[in-house]
Design a protein around this ligand. Sequence first.
Ligand code: GLV
Ligand code: MN
Ligand code: MN
Length: 421
Amino acid sequence: MTAFDAHDRALAEQLFADLQAASVDTVGITRESYGPGETAAARIIADCARRHGLEVSYDAAANLTVTLPGRDAGLPFLACGSHLDSVPQGGNYDGAAGIIAGLMALIRFRRDGLTPARPVKLLALRGEESAWFGKAYTGSRALFGRLLPADLQAQNAFSGRTLGEAMAACGADIEQLAAGEPVVTANQMSGWLELHIEQGPILVAEELPVAIVTGIRGNIRHRNIACIGEAGHSGAVPRNLRHDALFATAELITRMDACWKEMLDRGEDLVLTAGVIGTLPEEHAISRIPGQVGFSFEARSQHQATLQRVHDRLQEECKAIAAQRGVRFEFDALLKSSPAELSRDWVDSLERIAADMKIPARTMASGAGHDAAVFANMGVPSAMIFVRNQNGSHNPHEAMDMEDFFAGASLLHAALAQAAQ
Ligand code: GLV
Ligand code: MN
Ligand code: MN
């Protein structure tokens, strides 16, 4: 069932260990988008690729490219890969699993003396995680010339550094990116195949090592909505005269939770999260009515129309609560990522290959976002393979069994071998 031998297994395990060691944080690992952990990860992958006789380069968006040349350099290239970065104090497999699986496939082709008809590339993309600059998929959007000047001005949530500055420090050509000049166009690619850990509990519950992904949820986000009320003495102001920003925000979130349930009951696909919330640390106190609260808001769905309905409802509920409680809500810019459908042809062929290789697999939609959504929406035939992972993701406790990894990597290797001919 696997193309990989004991030597490959030892190499993959060493790569995961090296990535972990290069980005270990107090809890979990941190590979900041366009930051030191991400750059260290790129170097580890690049060094290993060079040692195995593969071509290594960095593109104008500072993404790492590893190339196995084909017989005809003029044919559209086939690409695999995933992202190098992580959320703060995340796990070692989100993103990295797809890069190491892709590298193992290319190393194996090279060692087996396989020269495909078309070039096969591994793209180790930067800046996928929205945790740092607010919007996801930076490296893949940059690849297609889809970064807006406003995106380059976005500030890092922790350091305040702009995305443009951070990318320039990694060697990106900011002028080219700001001008919207693509690094590649969709017609220069024959396909994109991304392996990734499943970040939810389905494969664990169903005791399956891998899944083939049919679509990816899009999202709408606000990094910071401010609720402005009136600060006051917590003992002295009676309830009817208060304008408590925190109670108003809590009511909004409770109402959006009810809206979520209503939409699910109507059969819509939706998840909602307010992942960042707080009173102002420089002034908050047990004895002070909060005058201001800031919070993030994120909605994800397979359907654009659902995302629009949620956003409309958010605005309506804010208006109603503002009138009732004497507060106001101030919105920052709305950030959007479109949902994506993955290629039916790829899904069919991955199902066939998995069955031939006796790898038990199911199809499923992805709740989490992935660079594959950008490739698919740009018109590149795109697909994803999910690998079972314990303890969820975006936390330090991700745990992927190496047997499962090699089941997914073997499927990736076989699918690339077929599609590259
Ligand atoms: C990607 O990690 C996401 O937030 O879905
Ligand atoms: Mn992630
Ligand atoms: Mn990821």
